[in-house]
Design a protein around this ligand. Structure first.
Ligand code: HEM
Length: 296
């Protein structure tokens, strides 16, 4: 039996400095925490493999220049997984009609993006993204980091320049991780972009929000590959019901405080998260998890 991962979504909610600004928020990554393997692996991979079977062309992308990096990545993934005792004989599916990035994706709980440096910037030349959090994957195929982040308000002012420099300077021996936060009433792994702006479900209220809404954290890692010099970005989804997040009072308080600091254009972008957040806040006050003054 695989162990339940020691990481929960709430563990990854750290305090953001005020006032609001998108931040790199990257921290050093211990390589054993690169790809997380836990007790949900079989269930997750069943769901992910079915999603890939159904939506393959919206998930898998690889330009010819990325072939060597995809191969290097596959080797590192296999090496990583084989350190897990129950997976010590894991192998890539070698079906000739399956691209190596697809075979790799089918073994891990993480989505994978691979970026190569071109004159126009860092370009996503390969990916296997089956379970995005409310974003449209095919529209990002072959795009630069700046163009990928085009829908993110304030990206240009807060992040664009720092990101470019950070990617250029990322060292093979200094991998990093960071996290993003979303609130959703949908516990599925794959969230369609339309869910971002859908009206709140009428049956979700401040009374039942703790049971009906999940904190969904994207645990993201960045690692430069030593041979091909490409950068691998992985995204692992961690989900936790609000009722369970409430057992981590600092995380719940920070989440509610952070939502109250979002500027208007970011509130519109994080639409359903903000609307769920208002109910979570009401619930947290009513159940004395936070007091009314605590969020600002
Ligand atoms: C240190 C590196 C990175 C930082 C600081 C960063 C930052 C962000 C931020 C702040 C958002 C908005 C988050 C939110 O919804 O709460 C975002 C969204 C996004 N990021 Fe990144 N990002 C990074 C790397 C990447 C990479 C490498 C990729 C893909 C190759 C990527 C793809 C995306 C996508 C697809 C979205 C959603 C855009 C949409 O709504 O269409 N990010 N990122």
């Amino acid at each position: 039996m695989l162990n339940r991962s020691s990481l929960t979504a709430a563990d990854l909610i750290s305090t953001d400095p005020q006032p609001f600004k998108w931040r790199m928020g990257v921290r050093p990554l211990r390589l054993e925490q690169w790809l997380l393997v836990d007790a949900d692996r079989d269930a997750d991979l069943n769901e992910i493999n079915a999603i890939i079977d159904r939506h393959r062309d919206e998930i898998i992308y690889c330009e010819p220049t990325a072939a060597a990096a995809c191969k290097e990545l596959a080797t590192l993934v296999i090496e990583h997984l084989r350190h897990v005792p129950q997976l010590n004989k894991v192998e890539l599916n070698s079906r000739p009609d399956m691209h190596i990035i697809e075979a790799t994706r089918r073994l891990v709980q993480e989505d994978i993006c691979l970026l190569e440096r071109r004159s126009e910037g860092w370009v996503m030349t390969a990916c296997a993204v089956a379970i995005p959090t409310q974003w449209d994957v095919p529209s990002k195929f072959g795009n630069t980091l700046d163009s990928i982040h085009e829908p993110v308000p304030r990206y240009n002012t807060d992040l664009a320049q720092t990101m470019g420099t950070f990617f250029d300077r990322l060292r093979t021996d200094r991998p990093v991780w960071r996290a993003n936060r979303t609130l959703t009433d949908d516990p599925s792994l794959r969230l369609a972009p339309k869910r971002r702006h859908e009206p709140l479900r009428r049956d979700i209220t401040a009374t039942n929000v703790a049971e009906s809404v999940w904190l969904r954290v994207e645990y993201q890692t960045l690692r430069r590959l030593p041979k091909t010099d490409a950068i691998v970005f992985t995204i692992r989804i961690l989900r936790q019901r609000i009722a369970s997040v409430a057992q981590h009072p600092t995380a719940l308080t920070e989440l509610i405080r952070w939502l109250s600091t979002l500027p208007e254009e970011v509130r519109s972008y994080k639409d359903s998260t903000v609307r769920h957040g208002l109910l979570v806040k009401q619930w947290a006050i009513e159940h004395a998890h936070i007091d009314e003054q605590q969020d600002h």
